[in-house]
Design a binder for this molecule. Sequence first.
Ligand SMILES: NC(=O)c1ccc[n+]([C@@H]2O[C@H](COP(=O)([O-])OP(=O)(O)OC[C@H]3O[C@@H](n4cnc5c(N)ncnc54)[C@H](O)[C@@H]3O)[C@@H](O)[C@H]2O)c1
Length: 373
Amino acid sequence: MPDTMSAHDPSWSAVDMAKISSPVNVDAPYSTANLAGKTILITGGASGFGAAFARHWAAHGAHIILGDVNDAAGEQLAAELRSLSGSSGHHHYGHCDVRSWSDQVALFKLAVSVSPTSSIDAVVAGAGIVDLSTNHFDLPRGLDKDDPPPPPLNVLSVNLTGVMYTSHLALFYLRRNPEGRDRHLMLISSIAGIAPLPGQTEYTVSKHAVMGLFRAMRGTSWRQGVRVNVLAPYFVETSLLPWQGMALLAGGVVGEVMDVVDAATRLMADHEIVGRGLVVGPKGVVDTQGIDSLEEEGGEGLVKRDRGVKEQAVWEIFAHDYQRVDVFVWRYLAMLNAAKRIRGWVGTVKDLFGIWKGRRAAAKGKGKGKAVS
Ligand SMILES: NC(=O)c1ccc[n+]([C@@H]2O[C@H](COP(=O)([O-])OP(=O)(O)OC[C@H]3O[C@@H](n4cnc5c(N)ncnc54)[C@H](O)[C@@H]3O)[C@@H](O)[C@H]2O)c1
């Protein structure tokens, strides 16, 4: 903590303690080389973004494990991936309703059992739904009857409980991955995780919750050596979007699946990206004059980029989280870091003691041997 800060100063940076990487330079090229040989588990992988990620990453040599409730589409996609040129052939589908803990456990176990490395390198919590039949949440009716039913919170069950189950299992299984391999959890929130989507209260709540999950977890997942990142796409035409949604967007701009794939691939392939969030919107031409660069993590002396124009669909969000935190967050992370250092020292002392004990026993054994001869 800098000398000038007192316990009452709320402006402490926790970026180093949370081991979060610098903001992503979305203009920089990235290599896809790291995808080859990775075992990647994708929930909701049978269609939409999940299927597009699977095709792209399998073509770069990743092994894909798909979980979904759409068995026909999931099986068909796994077979398609196995026949792709450049594919590893290790692609599998398992039925998994993300609302079911036992289905999710079975999916993770399947992934480990079929993975050529018997481990999981990356997890994408992609399953998600929109359910127009629950839109009356904001307009409760008939609740004065005897025994009125609770609102159906199915969207929360899939988009939040399902994602929490996936994240919990991911932290356990990714931590088992040996040193040197990746340990990556990629969450899928939405523009509805940052901005309100009126009329879609439950969906908005669920996606804000996923964003909250990301923002909290990225502060502590370093303990498992896991990097957690999030994607927040704007509207993109997939089976998720009902026709009513597309009708409202008619004449406007929507995002492109391939821009979402591009942003996801950057997060997946670049192991240096830790604890970052990317929004993917419609490609826009940007006048770069006056746009502040985020290159300086400290937030001091923000750099103005050179004037120019460029096309951009991907933007960093919540880039400044952990740069200035309150006393609770600062002390909590300081405590975790101290505990880790102490565990390191205890481990070292244990190891030294073990070596000393072993040598002492060996010396005693030698002594006995001499006495006998
Ligand atoms: N398409 C968009 O405009 C958009 C925008 C922002 C965020 N998202 C998010 O992206 C993710 C993927 O959506 P998509 O657009 O590819 O839609 P999609 O409908 O094409 O894909 C979602 C997949 O999840 C599966 N699924 C649904 N319920 C499930 C359950 N209970 N268990 C397991 N799988 C289940 C579906 O069968 C489907 O294969 C979702 O989390 C969604 O909220 C989509």
